[in-house]
Design a protein around this ligand. Structure first.
Ligand SMILES: Nc1nc2c(c(=O)[nH]1)N[C@H]1C(S)=C(S)[C@@H](COP(=O)(O)OP(=O)(O)OC[C@H]3O[C@@H](n4cnc5c(N)ncnc54)[C@H](O)[C@@H]3O)O[C@H]1N2
Ligand code: MOO
Length: 406
């Protein structure tokens, strides 16, 4: 029997997904592995930074009292390399040669740059400072961060800049949100293994690598990509097995109303059905449900629908798992290429965009068909043609989502 489904629109489907409980958790990992991970706790400065008075130049450290009457010869008490410390005391017209980044002696009040000095022939222990300097050329201890100051706040997605701040304070480990473990089940008796020879009626599994790449790119850990024929027992067995070891499951195909669309059956029997019909093309059959406490995103088998469905529904879930908003940037763009078809459903098309002086411009790139995949490489945005009995006007303003990593 054909079950009645209740289509909802994109916004409603996305809103429902934000209420799904996710098994988020915090883990501690090495800082060296924390790029693009989300901080779970504020990071504070364990000590002032810099934690010593630091020379900003290669030159000579002198006392204020001696900072006059140039040109003048100073006695050089020693040399302070970056990393070294000079324990002595500067007396009248005494100096130390000091390198950029080195600890300035407590009695040094100013650093005169090397370029403002001249050697004193036959007196290696002397230096002639030719002119003074308005600038101190010393970075004070604590001038960038005071002890206890917040360096990075919880919720920050770390990048190499943030990692360098952590490293600067000697942090080796950091508390971050755990990445979701994601299993992918592709379904279809028509699917060949990559090593199989082409056969009539059969196709290679292109959505498996597509979804796996998208999950990884958006912060998930792909634990398995399973390929099964249309078989309800096999599907159930795999769902049960993978639910036990994963945070999220993405399935692909078998979600429509056909005789072998077993994902639709599984969704009907789920603990919680979130939606199983969208008033949106492609991907009207896209389904979401919770089974054995695991969120399952059932994407359409049609490659174009699989792709748009991932970005609209799965990417925000993956990002929420690590406490981050979606990376898709929603903008309004001007439709600069005619699109003459009408549709009872809203249409989400694969496009390319440019940013001009007057704003974003968008156009369909390649095919608008759900079963086509030739434009997935070049697509840089998705844009919405709202349902209407009339074709959309050229230069109409359309909702557009700029895709990440494109
Ligand atoms: N009687 C109806 N038939 C269909 C309807 C409908 O409302 N009534 N909806 C159509 C629409 S719209 C879509 S979208 C598809 C959705 O189908 P499924 O998501 O259940 O996917 P399948 O039927 O399994 O496959 C659809 C298509 O995609 C190919 N496919 C499947 N898996 C892969 C893969 N891993 N890699 C590449 N291509 C794949 C599959 O061979 C089919 O060609 O249903 C319509 N039918
Ligand atoms: O829902 Mo389907 O619109 O062809 O992808």
């Amino acid at each position: 029997m054909l079950d009645r489904r209740h289509p909802i629109n994109l916004a409603e489907a996305q809103a429902r997904l934000t209420t799904v409980k996710l098994p988020t958790a915090i883990e501690t990992i090495p800082v060296t592995e924390a790029n693009h991970r989300t901080l779970a706790k504020d990071i504070t400065a364990p000590y002032p930074f810099p934690n010593f008075r630091r020379s900003g130049y290669d030159g000579y450290a002198i006392r204020h009292a001696d900072d006059q009457g140039y040109p003048k010869v100073f006695k050089v008490l020693g040399e302070v390399q970056a990393g070294a410390n000079f324990d002595g005391v500067l007396g009248e017209n005494e100096t130390v040669r000091i390198m950029t980044g080195a600890h300035v002696p407590d009695t040094g009040d100013k650093v005169i740059m090397l370029e403002q000095t001249r050697a004193v022939p036959e007196h290696d222990d002397q230096i002639k400072i030719m002119t003074g300097s308005d600038r101190i050329n010393i970075t004070d201890a604590g001038s960038e961060f005071a002890k206890g100051q917040t360096l990075l706040t919880a919720g920050t997605e770390l990048n190499p800049g943030g990692l360098s701040i952590l490293a600067a304070f000697g942090y080796t480990e950091v508390a971050v949100y755990r990445q979701p473990k994601v299993a992918i089940i592709t379904t279809g008796t028509e699917l060949l293994q990559p090593t199989d020879a082409p056969q009539p009626g059969k196709i290679y599994n292109s959505n498996g690598p597509l979804i796996a790449g998208l999950v990884q790119e958006n912060g998930g850990i792909v634990t398995e990509v399973v390929q099964i024929p249309d078989d309800y027992q096999l599907l159930q067995a795999n769902l049960t097995r993978l639910e036990a070891a994963n945070d999220l499951i993405i399935t692909d195909g078998g979600v429509s109303v056909g005789d072998f669309d077993y994902l639709a059956t599984a969704a009907r029997e789920a603990d919680q059905l979130i939606f199983n019909k969208l008033s949106l093309r492609p991907g009207s059959v896209t389904t979401a449900f919770v089974h054995n406490d695991t969120f399952i995103m059932a994407l359409s088998g049609n490659p174009g629908a699989c792709y748009t469905g991932f970005y609209m529904f799965m990417e925000p879930v993956l990002r929420r798992f690590v406490n981050q908003p979606s990376r898709l940037k929603k903008v309004t763009a001007t439709l600069v290429k005619p699109y003459d078809k009408t549709n009872g459903y809203d249409k989400l098309l694969r496009g390319t965009y440019t940013l001009t002086a007057t704003g974003y411009q968008v156009q369909l790139h390649g095919s608008d068909r759900s079963g086509d995949l030739g434009n997935l490489q070049a697509t840089s945005c998705l844009f919405m043609i709202p349902h209407s009995p009339e074709p959309i006007a050229l230069n109409a303003e359309v909702d557009t989502w700029l895709l990440p990593f494109k």
